[in-house]
Ligand binder design. Structure first.
Ligand SMILES: [Zn+2]
Ligand SMILES: [Zn+2]
Length: 238
């Protein structure tokens, strides 16, 4: 009730207007003006029903998932990792920008609210290794996961898992190398018996990181792990 009232006051007050994060021109209360919002890269074409890689049909899993089902049940992405969203995520990923972080966080619940059939018990961000987190001062998936948990009224927990080590940059690795790179990269602090958990990340490429975290959670007793990401990269399939 109170939050609805606050939202109404914010929405109707010119003091809260800001310039659009993309064009920098039009004033908007939600960070992106309507024409720029329409340019966001919605998923297009058929996708694998498990990992959302481009596929010949939306009914049959892709070759990778047929070969070995990932540890997560389904990956849901709000958008493709493409222009102009790609630039916004990059801007937000390496330097704290609370306003932009808030805009990206607000995009996820809207796009994902129809993507899942049943709500998870717990929403958690994919953690950064402590040293890297300290260096950056923030972790974008934390903000995304918190926004999703708030909107869906599901428990948020950013303390359940930790990342044991800084994994090598994944960008130049193929799928097999990525899987090896993130194997056993995560730890879980307590048992998760019977829980349905959603793990949240900003960008998924091959899904190797999400697979690794999901595997660790399943080993700790989670019955189902879903992966929710803001954007899925589709260019680098190896
Ligand atoms: Zn704009
Ligand atoms: Zn797949």
């Amino acid at each position: 009730m109170l939050s609805n009232l606050c939202k109404h006051i914010i929405d109707s007050c010119p003091l809260f207007e800001q310039h659009c994060q993309l064009c920098g021109q039009r004033a908007t209360r939600h960070g992106l003006c309507p024409p720029c919002r329409q340019q966001l890269p919605w998923r297009q074409g058929h996708r694998c029903p498990i990992c959302q890689a481009p596929a010949a049909s939306a009914q049959a899993p892709c070759g990778d998932c047929q070969g070995k089902h990932p540890a997560f049940a389904h990956l849901y992405s709000a958008y493709d990792y493409d222009y102009p969203l790609e630039g916004l995520i990059r801007r937000c990923k390496y330097a704290p920008d609370p306003a932009l972080q808030g805009v990206l966080a607000s995009l996820m619940p809207q796009a994902l609210q129809h993507a899942h059939s049943d709500l998870p018990d717990l929403v958690i961000p994919v953690p950064l290794a402590a040293a890297r987190r300290h260096e950056r001062g923030f972790n974008l998936p934390d903000a995304l996961a918190r926004a999703l948990a708030d909107t869906m009224r599901v428990r948020f927990d950013d303390q359940l898992c930790w990342r044991k080590r800084n994994t090598a940059q994944q960008a130049n690795l193929n799928r097999r190398e990525r899987l090896k790179n993130v194997r056993d990269a995560f730890g879980v602090k307590r048992r998760c018996d019977g829980l349905h958990i959603a793990i949240v990340d900003d960008v998924a490429s091959t899904g190797a990181t999400l697979h690794s975290l999901a595997k660790t959670l399943r080993k700790s007793g989670a019955t189902q792990v879903d992966a929710w990401v803001l954007a899925r990269a589709i260019a680098r399939q190896a």
